[in-house]
Design a protein around this ligand. Sequence first.
Ligand code: NAG
Ligand code: NAG
Ligand code: NAG
Ligand code: NAG
Ligand code: NAG
Length: 249
Amino acid sequence: MFPLLPLLLILPISAFVRVENRSVFDSSGVLFSPNYPDNYDDNLDQFTTITVPVGNSVILTFLDFFTEQDYDHVDIYDGGDTTKNPDFVFSGDAAGSALNLTSNVVVIRFCTDMIGVARGFAIEWDPNPKDKPFQVKNSCEPAPRNSTFGLITSPNFPYNYPNNIQCNYLITTTKNRIFLQFVAFVTEDGFDTVTVYDGPNITYFSLGTYSGTPGFFSVNSTGSSLFIVFSSDLQNSYSGFSALFESID
Ligand SMILES: *[C@@H]1O[C@H](CO)[C@@H](O)[C@H](O)[C@H]1NC(C)=O
Ligand SMILES: *[C@@H]1O[C@H](CO)[C@@H](O)[C@H](O)[C@H]1NC(C)=O
Ligand SMILES: *[C@@H]1O[C@H](CO)[C@@H](O)[C@H](O)[C@H]1NC(C)=O
Ligand SMILES: *[C@@H]1O[C@H](CO)[C@@H](O)[C@H](O)[C@H]1NC(C)=O
Ligand SMILES: *[C@@H]1O[C@H](CO)[C@@H](O)[C@H](O)[C@H]1NC(C)=O
């Protein structure tokens, strides 16, 4: 009896792997794992083909990335040929990774095994003209933000932020409160800081000022808005931060 048990467990489960293929032709956007920011499912094998206009190559920016280390992975096929080995494989904590691909077509394959799930990923893609160096954005992102969830980053993330810049981010919720989770964070310790205020501006209570490499951390608003100020001084810059916000009850 006993030797049969593993077979009975394994055979039916492999039949449930959900294979999904889709194609996207937008010149830029963000690819989210299924259910993001909630955990993805087991047994996925999902292919997404992204095609940006001819004459460009694809730039990928990992705004967020967290999967079960070694078992759940993202494979990147520059050019889109999935019969060869992937050009890059990501698993575990890879928020802040970035790739300059050579082709205007990329396949992003997401494979998960039958047990263990995590938040997944938010991977931004952008086109870059083939004969030109990739232009990073040196300005603050447009504010305010009001959605069920989203991501905010320092300018140029994950490339070094500019010196002597101040960026303000106003987040308002579609529910009651906001859960803000920093998924990547590296700034000049003591000089380049992120301060989070528990309200719509700096007159509200500060939930904390962060700099250096504080690791993963989160803050929760008590009300319907959060105001975040990022400021850098005149010298030394690092990759900055990426943070996921979610409206919660
Ligand atoms: C999805 O695409 C992969 C790679 O191109 C291919 O091997 C597989 O057969 C496709 N599956 C479906 C259901 O279309
Ligand atoms: C992408 O290209 C830019 C500009 O050419 C460069 O600064 C950056 O280091 C490159 N990124 C990677 C991951 O190679
Ligand atoms: C945010 O969005 C929600 C739902 O769409 C809406 O009810 C609310 O008024 C918006 N808040 C702001 C400050 O725009
Ligand atoms: C801060 O927000 C409150 C509530 O919206 C408002 O009454 C106050 O004028 C604001 N203060 C500043 C300095 O913006
Ligand atoms: C914020 O709320 C989330 C979800 O309710 C919780 O997991 C997290 O620990 C909280 N963070 C802090 C700093 O209280």
